[in-house]
Design a protein around this ligand. Structure first.
Ligand SMILES: Nc1ncnc2c1ncn2[C@@H]1O[C@H](COP(=O)(O)OP(=O)(O)OP(=O)(O)O)[C@@H](O)[C@H]1O
Length: 249
């Protein structure tokens, strides 16, 4: 399988000397959906910020679709790695939804009919085409999150990275977003503390703990491993049985 993402020997210490990553290795094939799990402070955000070069300077390499993440390739890397941050308001700042979704591709030089097509397709993929002319701040949180996903999809990324995509969503919005994510033909890396959501959406999971990959395998198997879960402070909701979920892979 062609790799969308390869992380090799990635280590990183913050300027204050705090070491957050200690040699992280994994590979994600094109079209896979992978959950990145781990307790608070495990290094998940630090890892994600290396995927598009926001953080750099430690040891090891990150490669996206064969292209190394480094200063020379930054513009192309930022197009290939689409990060949807936890707070949609960090990503929406234009007067209308349409302008927000057009912003990234327009900055990358896409214009005219192609730009319109990109915007239309991205909004259709997240079920928000009818909202194109609305100001983002008039939308509900769940709708703003979907538009934030569209802003990233409009870049036609190689890999979609989602930080806590289910946070602050009501059950119906949570399910609708899951259906949208499952329908997309894109590689997904999803950082989440919502373990049932990880199980529903991602056939594979990585457990990051104290700056190393502690486990990499089938999500259902990892969540069913009581010893692994306890060791890395992962807890399923009360009464939730990972063996009872049929996954929509
Ligand atoms: N700017 C910073 N300077 C120094 N240390 C930092 C900085 N940002 C994060 N850290 C430390 O690096 C470690 C990893 O943090 P990180 O935010 O990557 O964890 P996380 O797995 O994303 O946690 P959470 O689940 O709470 O979001 C933590 O110990 C944190 O305190």
């Amino acid at each position: 399988m062609t790799a969308s993402l390869e992380v090799s020997g990635l280590a990183f210490a913050y300027p204050d000397g705090h070491q957050a990553l200690f040699g992280v290795d994994f590979r994600i094939g094109r079209g896979e959906r992978v959950a990145l799990l781990g307790p608070n402070g495990a290094g998940k955000t630090t890892l994600v910020l290396h995927l598009n070069g926001i953080l750099a300077g430690g040891a090891g390499t990150v490669t996206v679709a064969g292209l190394p993440v480094d200063k020379r390739n930054m513009a192309e890397i930022r197009r290939k790695v689409g990060i949807v941050f936890q707070d949609p308001d960090d990503q929406l700042f234009m007067p209308t939804v349409r302008e927000d979704v057009a912003f990234g591709p327009a900055a990358a030089g896409v214009k005219g009919a192609e730009l319109e097509e990109r915007v239309r397709t991205a909004l259709e993929l997240v079920g928000m085409a009818a909202f194109a002319d609305r100001p983002p701040h008039h939308l509900s949180f769940g709708q703003r999150r979907r538009v934030a996903v569209a802003t990233v999809l409009a870049m036609e990324p190689e890999i979609l990275v989602l930080d806590e995509p289910s946070s602050n969503l009501d059950p119906a919005s949570r399910r609708e977003l899951a259906d949208i994510l499952r329908s997309l033909d894109v590689t997904v890396l999803m950082v989440t503390h919502d373990l049932p959501y990880a199980l529903e959406l991602c056939p594979r999971a990585l457990v990051l703990s104290e700056g190393v990959i502690a486990a990499d395998g089938r999500t259902g198997e990892l969540l069913g491993d009581d010893e692994l879960m306890r060791t890395h402070r992962l807890e399923l909701p009360f009464g939730f049985d990972p063996r009872s979920v049929t996954m929509g892979a």
